[in-house]
Ligand binder design. Structure first.
Ligand code: PHE
Length: 339
């Protein structure tokens, strides 16, 4: 029995335990009620009287050894399991996002900076606008076919029954407000939201942003208009950018133009983005129509002026290769965080 115990002692020492499952096997094999040691204690009664003290002593030692190994390992494993459930202060902290400026706000800030540097002042006007400023004063009377160019959200006021309100369809009403409140010379820009009752697609959204420009002084010419826009787009897209003007129509400018810039993807050679034309449309412009001057009491014989409106989502989509205008307004941080 003594040699048998020595063997078991060895077995206990070398029994591999690397996890809680093996530890349980260890317990079952040696210490449990049906384990090896319990059986040996039962067999003790069969040992001769002479041998009994030595065997009993050894058996107790072996039992202590097994229990000692079991307890210390159990403590160790319990420690690691409980550690999993508490906070490990040595781990790096979880990242959190402080957010960032919306891409359109970034474009707005950039545009304002460029125009400010060349003497334009920033003004603004209401988004809920009187029909008078949005249309009539801009040489677009009721039933003028040009009103159909912009699908309008009309708003009924319960308080002010005489006035008709719209969600402004462009930033041009700010021209009127500025000229009524100030005497020329005037050199302003006015960025902001505009609204059109359009079917939402990848190209169109019911709300977007424009930046309006207006310069009124003596002897303002078409050359000044072209110069300032060419300057702006070079600053915004890079020195190689070309600007061209093609005839267009707006009731509040005469002559009127569409502003195109050379495609910044292909440099004007023609590609998918510019539909092989080499050019991309970015806004409208023209010389302030004498009728507009009359509606704000500025003498068209004394003053001339230019105005322009640039689509901010458009120029941002082009700059960053964004294909769908809706992504600006879905508030998906995975999109917004990229810029
Ligand atoms: N307001 C016009 C539009 O929304 C753009 C424009 C602005 C055209 C100023 C001429 C002068 O389409």
């Amino acid at each position: 029995m003594l040699s048998n115990l020595a063997e078991i002692e060895q077995e206990i020492n070398s029994f591999p335990v690397t996890g809680p499952d093996e530890l349980e096997n260890f317990r079952l094999k040696f210490i449990s009620r049906n384990g090896l040691l319990t059986k040996l204690f039962e067999e003790l009664k069969n040992v001769s009287r002479e041998e009994k003290p030595a065997v009993g002593k050894k058996l107790n030692e072996v039992k202590k050894l097994a229990e000692g190994k079991y307890n210390s390992l159990k403590e160790q494993f319990d420690d690691t399991t409980s550690a999993k459930e508490t906070i490990d202060l040595t781990l790096p902290a979880a990242e959190f996002s402080i957010g960032r400026e919306h891409l359109i706000s970034q474009t707005l800030a950039e545009m304002v900076k460029i125009f400010r540097e060349i003497g334009f002042k920033v003004t603004d006007g209401p988004e809920l606008e009187e029909e008078f400023y949005n249309f009539d004063a801009l040489n677009t009377p009721a039933h003028h076919p040009a009103r159909d160019m912009q699908d309008t959200f009309y708003v009924q006021s319960k308080v002010d029954k005489d006035k008709k309100y719209v969600l402004r369809t462009h930033t041009s009403p700010v021209q009127i407000r500025t000229m009524l409140a100030n005497k020329p010379p005037l050199r302003i820009i006015s960025p902001g939201k505009v609204f059109r009752n359009e079917t939402v697609t990848f190209k169109n959204y019911f709300m977007f942003h424009q930046l309006e420009g207006l310069y009124v002084d003596k002897n303002v010419s078409m050359q000044d208009l072209k110069g300032v826009l060419a300057y702006f787009f070079k600053k915004f897209y890079g020195e190689k950018t070309k600007t061209r003007f093609i005839p267009s129509f707006f009731p509040f400018t005469e002559p009127s133009g569409q502003i195109d810039i050379s495609c910044f993807i292909c440099g004007g050679k023609g590609c998918k983005t510019c539909k092989e034309t080499g050019w991309l449309e970015v806004g409208g412009c023209g010389m302030v129509d004498p009728n507009v001057f009359k509606s704000v009491n500025i003498d068209p014989e004394e003053f001339t002026g230019y105005a322009f409106g640039i689509g901010m989502e458009r120029i941002t989509m082009m700059k960053y290769g964004i294909k769908d205008i809706r992504t600006f307004y879905q508030n998906d941080v995975r999109f917004l965080d990229q810029f």
